[in-house]
Ligand binder design. Structure first.
Ligand code: SAM
Length: 282
């Protein structure tokens, strides 16, 4: 049996599956868990790969340790989406963080990951973590709490994830960030047309709101094209000039992908990506 994701109408990505562990239609999306020969266990939402045991560390280390090595004092963090727990797991490695609020629209994602991918959800047992099962769009609209860091660990801008790519959402994130706050978001890919357009739209909206808006990259073999981007939006801190070389190593946080050279290199974008984002090539 094979799991196949259509990256484009003409390019498909297929994984040979050992066992289909769960197939469930939740109130928000179709959720499937599989065990595979080469990627270990993985799960999909609406037929799209979310996380697998082989390469999830790349996405989660890059989405968390990058901003954590820039902002000097992160105490209160909001994660929107991220029901698999990978982002929260990386955040709980920092003893300086006081609260981590996770807002996931679909409780079933959290509960199924706790059963089938328990190594990803260990952070949920940390007493600093609060789980809220509601729409992230409404949460940021109504929130009175302010944050140092917001992580948007969302699905693509279709279905429940659509609202997390709107101007209104980014505007409310800006409002509930402290004066030196940072917003990181899952920013799609520059390579294939569909993801490229989504990335361009997201970047334009963020650029209009934040004084510092940049994009950084990681190589994630199981996401379309393997070339994936994260948005970096900040009120004060610059992603490379304010980068603290020592942060991760002093804290002795073990990483498999993220390191200081990767941090700096991840903001060095290829020319075609710069052009897509409207960044001057000089
Ligand atoms: N790394 C992943 C990727 O890009 O493939 C994202 C993984 S994480 C599982 C995405 C989560 O966002 C899903 O569990 C989904 O339920 C959640 N989500 C989608 N729309 C949401 C919304 N409006 N508010 C809160 N969570 C949302």
């Amino acid at each position: 049996m094979w799991f196949t994701e259509k990256w484009t109408p003409n390019i498909h990505f297929s994984v040979k599956v050992k066992e289909h562990l769960l197939s469930e239609k939740t109130p928000f999306q179709q959720m499937d868990f599989y065990d595979s020969f080469d990627l270990g266990r993985f799960f999909t939402l609406d037929g799209i790969m979310m996380a697998n045991q082989k390469d999830e560390f790349i996405y989660h280390e890059m989405i968390i340790h990058t901003p954590m090595s820039i902002h000097p004092k992160v105490e209160h963090v909001l994660v929107i989406g991220g029901g698999d727990g990978g982002s929260v797991r990386e955040l709980t490695k920092y003893s300086s963080i006081k609260s981590i609020d996770l807002v996931e629209i679909d409780e079933r994602v959290v509960r199924a990951c706790q059963v089938y991918l328990p190594q990803m959800t260990i952070g949920f047992n940390d007493p600093r973590v609060n789980l809220y099962f509601e729409d992230g769009l409404l949460y940021v609209k109504n929130s009175k709490k302010h944050y140092d860091l917001i992580i948007v660990d969302s699905t693509d801008p279709i279905g429940p994830g659509e609202g997390l790519f709107t101007h209104e959402f980014y505007q409310n994130c800006f409002r509930i960030l402290n004066d030196d706050g940072i917003l990181i978001n899952q920013h799609e890919s520059p390579y294939f047309e569909k993801e490229k357009l989504e990335m361009q739209r997201a970047h334009q909206k963020i650029k209009d709101l934040f004084p510092i808006a940049s994009v950084y990259q990681a190589f994630i073999p199981t996401y379309p094209s393997g070339h994936w981007l994260f948005g970096f939006a900040s009120k004060k801190w610059h992603p490379t000039k304010d980068f603290k070389r020592t942060l991760c190593s002093v804290l002795d946080i073990k990483t498999k992908y993220y390191n200081h050279d990767v941090h700096l290199g991840s903001f060095a974008l290829p020319n075609y990506v710069k052009q897509e984002l409207g960044i001057n090539l000089k």
